[in-house]
Design a protein around this ligand. Structure first.
Ligand code: AMP
Length: 172
């Protein structure tokens, strides 16, 4: 029997040379591992009043939806461009190479609804920060950010300016 953290697999040079990819799919495939990982992610938020968990496409959907069920709240997706069918708000943000865009349904959350924003891995932090900015543009209130894995050597935490806590279940 493994601890769930032992199931995270390192894949070197994916998606490009020099990147050590943290693959969480073996955690998801293991009934006990998945349940334990989600329970560990949920722990800091159990007493926090929340309206929903916001998950970032794509692996943030898997963990975010499971976390929402664990916490007994709704789930709201933040998606890549052109995927959401209703009226959307969008945000362009800079990546290491190039730019990307995220979208949310304009009516996804009530004004000032407390939410946490979730992704699987925190690398540079660009994606999570953009998702938070988009959720706040939408009018909801971000009371926290949660990732399963923080790549601490990339020092995203050092550039964290948001007043809400950034919680990583595991840090490398
Ligand atoms: P960033 O915006 O740099 O924090 O990148 C975060 C996004 O890219 C997350 O959605 C992660 O799923 C993914 N990602 C970045 N680096 C890695 C990595 N080394 N292993 C796994 N996923 C990664």
């Amino acid at each position: 029997m493994h601890a769930w953290s032992d199931l995270i697999r390192d894949i070197p040079d994916f998606p490009k040379p020099g990147i050590l990819f943290k693959d969480i799919t073996p955690v998801l495939a293991d009934a006990r591992g998945f349940a334990d990982a989600v329970a560990a992610m949920a722990e800091p938020w159990r007493k926090q009043p929340l309206h929903a968990v916001v998950g970032v496409e794509a692996r943030g959907f898997i963990l975010g939806a499971a976390l929402a069920r664990e916490l007994g709240v709704g789930f709201v997706p933040v998606r890549k461009p052109g995927k959401l069918p209703g009226h959307t708000l969008s945000l362009d943000y800079g990546l290491e190479y190039g730019r990307d865009r995220l979208e949310i349904h304009a009516d996804a959350l009530p004004q000032a609804a407390p939410v946490i924003v979730v992704d699987d891995v925190l690398a540079t932090g660009g994606t999570l920060k953009a998702a938070i900015q988009l959720v706040e543009q939408q009018g909801a209130r971000v009371v926290g950010a949660a990732v399963l894995v923080e790549l601490a050597f990339l020092a995203a935490r050092a550039t964290w300016r948001h007043p809400a806590p950034l919680v990583a279940t595991l840090s490398y």
